[in-house]
Design a protein around this ligand. Structure first.
Ligand code: 16G
Ligand code: MG
Length: 555
């Protein structure tokens, strides 16, 4: 590293001293902490993003958000050149950077890593980092810290995109690196144009009942509601009413609102009431990368009927499968040239309700499991021609491979104009343009769900009855050291502490359709317990005893 670069880094790093005695970890979704202690970490993440840009010769993204967490928290994560999560190979370096206790150690770390990775500091290569933040008040100052980090690397520019949803930033990085225009208007236009294409491809007169266009959306008082207000102006045919938009007097970010609250607590979010009984409702999280639907079943009821990520996954899988079935009609095709063995894969985590997995498998779909966290599911889904992934908590999308999309475009040209097969191919292409290809996105996911419900002619009640969820329960156990729990097989069994898995097995065996697993959280200092059984009473008891075992083994 040349002297000029070293001097700039030393000077700027001295403005962002790290807090004493705090250990940061680039967890499931980047660094997260109370916002007042984050400026050094965000500054250093700016340096990291700039280095990644020099290394890859591409645009890199940096997002400042703490998603569904409390408004006083914040966080930072990096979007890699492809628009997905930062390569896991760089996570140890991210941790070292965040935890370097003084500027001198920091500079040495940077110099060593740059040498090892051949990062051309001050060379001919230039770089760029695209930055976004959610609506948290602390975001503004942290954005400045991030920009200073980026700019302290010579020849790397920082482009501030202002307030964005996390998926918008990922989308922008992906598409800019493909040479496309990526303003917010481009993002909205892509969604609304493909929405219109899909609407035009809905067969007329097939729906058994008139479709209720009204949709109520809980924006978690975060960035998603505000963006949806903008997007909906371009979407005729949908009657979207956004609540909890975060405007003055509407309430606080994520406080008794939002997808995480609705999915975990199964109660009506603030802003919804008896007048909404029977209506189709959806909920986004604080940075708009999670989506769940819900239904307020009756006036007296406190709880809601939840339509979680598993059911969104099932609906989308049915739709995709149906288009593939139409396309795969060999008799009509009359030629083997079209027999492209499309590989459709469904990716879930251990949190997927067992009833959803059974349902998808009964339809003949290939279902695979990964550990919790978008980065794992996304990577797995990308192995298929069409990979559909969703976590029960509402993170997910559908990925279409380049190869499959090329094939699809060629088929659309070849197939008879207006034929059913051509329409099926066009629907798949439009769906690939609609739903975010960089990461799970509640806004594009919501619009796709809406159009698929219309295609099916389904009410939310019909959708809900696709299968009956098994009763489940989640509890968390506070422990001294969550890393003492080591799991395997996509988090379904515990390797360490020794004996804990055997204890869980004995409990599970007492119940019909019993299932339970424990895993260390990637975002909080807790061990999480998940259980399923055939009745709520049984599952509550199962979750409770498993939690007690965790406490005993880790106590
Ligand atoms: C983060 C992850 C999410 C995961 C959750 C688990 C992303 C974008 N988000 O929100 O995928 O389900 O963490 O949290 O990756 P936990 O480890 O605390 O249970
Ligand atoms: Mg989120």
């Amino acid at each position: 590293m040349e002297d000029r670069q070293r001097a700039i880094l030393i000077k700027s790093a001295s403005l962002f001293p790290p807090p004493l005695g705090v250990k940061f970890s680039y967890g499931t979704a980047g660094f997260r902490a109370e916002s007042s202690i984050l400026s050094s970490t965000v500054f250093r993440s700016g340096i990291l993003a700039a280095m990644r840009s020099l290394k890859t010769g591409s645009l890199i993204g940096l997002m400042i958000t703490a998603s569904h967490n409390h408004v006083s928290d914040n966080g930072v994560k990096i979007a890699d050149f492809h628009g997905g999560m930062m390569t896991q190979d760089w996570e140890p370096f991210a941790n070292d950077l965040a935890n370097a206790s003084n500027s001198k150690d920091l500079i040495e770390l940077i110099a060593d890593f740059a040498k090892k990775e051949n990062i051309p500091f001050g060379g001919s290569q230039s770089g760029e980092v695209l930055l976004g933040r959610d609506t948290r008040p602390s975001g503004e100052a942290l954005m400045e810290a991030a920009k200073q980090g980026v700019r302290s690397v010579i020849d790397v520019v920082a482009t501030d995109m202002g307030i964005l949803t996390t998926p918008q930033l990922h989308w922008m990085v992906q598409n800019r690196n493909r040479g496309l225009r990526v303003t917010e208007f481009d993002y909205f236009s892509q969604i609304s144009n493909s929405f219109r294409n899909l609407m035009e491809l809905i067969p007329r007169g097939t729906s058994p009942e008139p479709f209720d266009a009204k949709l109520l959306v809980d924006g978690a008082n975060g960035v998603g509601g505000e963006k949806l207000e903008g997007l909906k102006k371009l979407l005729k045919d949908l009657d979207i009413h956004v609540r909890n938009t975060g405007k003055e007097g509407e309430g606080n970010l994520n406080e008794r609102v939002g997808a995480d609250y609705v999915q975990k607590e199964r109660v009506v979010p603030l802003g919804f009431g008896p007048n909404d009984v029977g209506l189709r409702c959806a909920s986004l999280d604080g940075d708009a990368d999670r989506l769940v639907y819900f239904l307020f079943p009756s006036e007296g009821s406190k709880s809601i009927d939840l339509i979680d990520g598993d059911k969104i996954l099932s609906l989308l899988a049915l739709f995709i499968n149906e288009q593939l079935r139409i396309l795969d009609n060999k008799e009509k095709m009359g030629t083997s040239e079209y027999d492209y063995p499309v590989k459709l894969g469904i990716v879930q985590t251990a949190y997927a309700n067992g009833a959803s997995t059974d349902y998808l498998k009964e339809l003949g779909m290939e279902v695979v499991f990964t550990p919790t966290g978008v980065k794992y599911l996304h990577e797995k889904a990308a192995e298929y021609d069409i990979g559909i992934y969703f976590e029960a908590n509402g993170h997910g999308t559908i990925l279409f491979s380049e190869k499959f999309l090329k094939w699809l475009e060629a088929k659309i040209q070849d197939l008879a104009a207006g034929s059913e097969m051509q329409k099926a191919a066009q629907r798949l292409l439009a769906a690939s343009n609609l739903i975010n290809q960089a990461t799970g996105d509640s806004l594009s996911g919501l619009i796709l769900v809406e159009v698929v419900l219309r295609y099916m002619g389904w009410s939310i009640q019909r959708w809900k009855s696709l299968y009956q969820d098994l009763p489940s329960r989640q509890v968390k156990v506070k422990v001294v050291d969550r890393t003492a729990v080591v799991t395997t097989n996509a988090e379904t069994s515990v390797l360490r502490p020794l004996g804990l898995q055997e204890a869980i097995n004995l409990e599970v065996a007492k119940y019909s359709r019993g299932r339970a697993f424990v895993r260390p959280s990637g975002t909080e200092d807790v061990v999480r317990v998940y259980a399923e059984a055939s009745t709520q009473q049984e599952v509550d008891a199962l979750a409770q005893t498993v939690a007690e075992h965790v406490g005993r083994f880790l106590g």
